[in-house]
Design a protein around this ligand. Sequence first.
Ligand code: XUL
Length: 541
Amino acid sequence: MAGGADSCFLGFDFSTQQLKVIAVDGNLEVIVQSSVQFDSELPEFRTRGGVHIHDDKLTVTSPALMFVKALDVLLEKMRNAGFDFSRVKAISGSGQQHGSVFWRKGARQTLNHLDPQKHLHLQLQECFALQDCPVWMDSSTSDQCQFLEAAVGGAQRLADITGSRAYERFTGSQIAKIYRSKPEEFSETEVKLNRISLISSFASSLFLGDYAPIDFSDGSGMNLMDIFERRWSQVCLDAAAPQLAERLGDLTPSAAVLGCVSLYYTERFGFAPSCKVVAFTGDNPGSLAGMRLQEGDLAVSLGTSDTVFLWIRDPRPSTEGHIFCNPVDCGAYMALICFKNGSFPRERIRDECAGGSWERFSAALRSTPMGNHGNLGMYFDVMEITPPAAGVHRFNAEGQRVSWFEQDVEIRALLEGQFLAKRVHAEKLGYKILAGTRVLATGGASSNKDILQVLSDVFNAPVYTIDVTDSACLGCAYRALHALEAETGASFTETLRNAPEPQLAVRPTPGAQEVYAPLMLRYAALEAQLLKDHQKSLHLL
Ligand code: XUL
């Protein structure tokens, strides 16, 4: 074991609404958790939910400097709480996937010579060619997506190379949009250096004091990487922008040790000069590590976005869902489906129908029956990813559209709709619920047992949770530890064999399958109809 109880490993997560950190000791016990909320603790950036939604409602960005200042604040909080940074043997982390940071000419010099007397945000304020980073909630790049698919020979061909058809939020289309709409800012970025980062590699750059490479797993969310060869796909790069290979730098395995923390951290916070920086990755790959997902399990993350992910060996990319390189096993992959309308609609309906109280929200779930008397709803407050549709749609037991539900019915309709969508799309990807299937739940909403009961009933499978709701942070602390052990040839599973196992939270209610099997068919048919109507309305425009 790398270092025993005295040593410690940090996992950071630069997520949509906050920056979080978890420290585990050499015995894999969580010893510290801390966070900085962007909206409330950094109000000067005027974000809502950590982002700025622009007037077109499609463009969504976050200020690059907000992430930097959040790190200043978080490290100071830890120091003020007496955290001993000298114990940290290695750090790693994750970031919201797909978002990009455009470093400006000269930024590398600044990163190389950070002054330990000053805050990071004061030193890095001139370092960004774009102050606002495109993030995963953006859906403004439909034109670029069409162009990219056409350039490589179609949606399926792009999926065969990169693991996904073109998606608006993926970094390739985002870069293409910036190249075409902001040519001046684009040319501001230095050639021959790794100057366009993902949020994850940007965050590791802050610790390394130099541009850090993009890891294979988060790199899979760009529509630019060949996930089988694990290198940039030239045809995809060329379709997005010129000289992209130089602007993106090299790719690296997710378990790579990139170097040691820069002098800034040793002098300002007392980190040991030997403290290693392990490649950062995406938040969903980080969660896969934190939940110690095994083949056959299905993970459901309930956060700002909801995601469903699986560990797979022989991926067959299709035009639905994504295949990413696996962050903890170089020979494996993970499949992922992303739902944009996660915690925001849950919080909105809690406010509108339960007076802002999770207890009343839970009581409504307990007082309504499985299947909600046939009432079904889809709550796409913003343009959804899976399926690509918008608006709130309610249907009664006869399949007729209705404009409202009673409050308790609305609450159950929201959750059943969210979970039916997850099961329908997981099964479309070929996932089968078998006798031994475990559903592992994580994210903020996974601490609510009544929500988990609905999840368990809809999937007709037991739901397990881990103690820590932030599995991405935990997974990255584990990854940091494993990267040091990997030098001895230990696999991630071997390194983690003594970590706490996920615990059974709820079992499905008897009779759940009889209720939800027909509802799944109804849900899938209604969704298909909705998409057809949406396509028709686009043609009429
Ligand atoms: C995954 C995705 C989101 C972000 C959220 O494809 O877009 O889950 O990673 O942080």
